[in-house]
Design a protein around this ligand. Sequence first.
Ligand SMILES: Nc1ncnc2c1ncn2[C@@H]1O[C@H](COP(=O)(O)OP(=O)(O)OP(=O)(O)O)[C@@H](O)[C@H]1O
Ligand SMILES: [Mg+2]
Length: 268
Amino acid sequence: MSEPYVLETRNLIKEFKGFVAVNDVNLKIRQGDIHALIGPNGAGKTTVFNLLTKFLIPTRGQILYKGEDITSLKSPAIARKGIIRSFQISAVFPHMTALENIRVALQTAEGTSFSFWKSGTSLNKLNERSMELLESVGLAEYANTITVELAYGRKRALELATTLAMEPELLLLDEPTQGMGSEDVDRVVELVRKAAQGRTVLMVEHNLSVVSKLCDRITVLAQGAVLTEGDYQTVSADPQVREVYMGSDGSGERGVASAEDDNLEAAQ
Ligand SMILES: Nc1ncnc2c1ncn2[C@@H]1O[C@H](COP(=O)(O)OP(=O)(O)OP(=O)(O)O)[C@@H](O)[C@H]1O
Ligand SMILES: [Mg+2]
């Protein structure tokens, strides 16, 4: 029987000098889902990502990928398994063109074992694949633009493309819409939807409108622990979530109410 979850954590704990940042977290990520990790500032979301990619070593607990215990693997081995974190592994070089950045990413991917075009690599193939990736994030017309000259949202799209060059099976996105205006946010929603085809995505996202549009399942973290889990409807209706996420006065700027505002904006 095949493993129902692509990624699982079991009783995952991270302590920083006695402070428990991640407290007994049991994540279950289904194959093919776009799964959101949400929660207030300091809830432990980024720390969970750091544990999954071994930027940090868990204090206790297990991480399973496709049923295999990967808790003791180091970052490069995790990446070779296909667990790729966006915006960290794949920094873009500001003074190269968009196309050159993708080529570098593909060549980096080639250095690892999982690249599909490893056999018989040729410059043509490299350029072809680079253009495909640029097209997939809507940047084909910017192929020869120096990265530093790209608008912020396009730079993030380029970063996503360099991450996709690593051929992730499980793509981890930490706040892909952070700092973006609504037009760029809409574009990122479409990009993530597209990037999620044929793979699993785990994303930290503060914009609940984005979460409601994209995500199949949501895990809510608060003070390091899982508060609740479910689809958007279930989670957003949970009084505990409303309390913790918005604060008891309901004024939290990133709360459930603001997602409704965002939805209203999006509908206008
Ligand atoms: N290296 C570290 N040393 C000590 N404490 C840390 C370290 N990294 C994170 N923390 C603490 O762990 C808690 C969780 O931090 P984390 O960055 O995971 O939160 P987050 O949910 O990603 O928040 P945000 O929404 O602000 O990005 C915070 O209280 C933070 O101060
Ligand atoms: Mg964070």
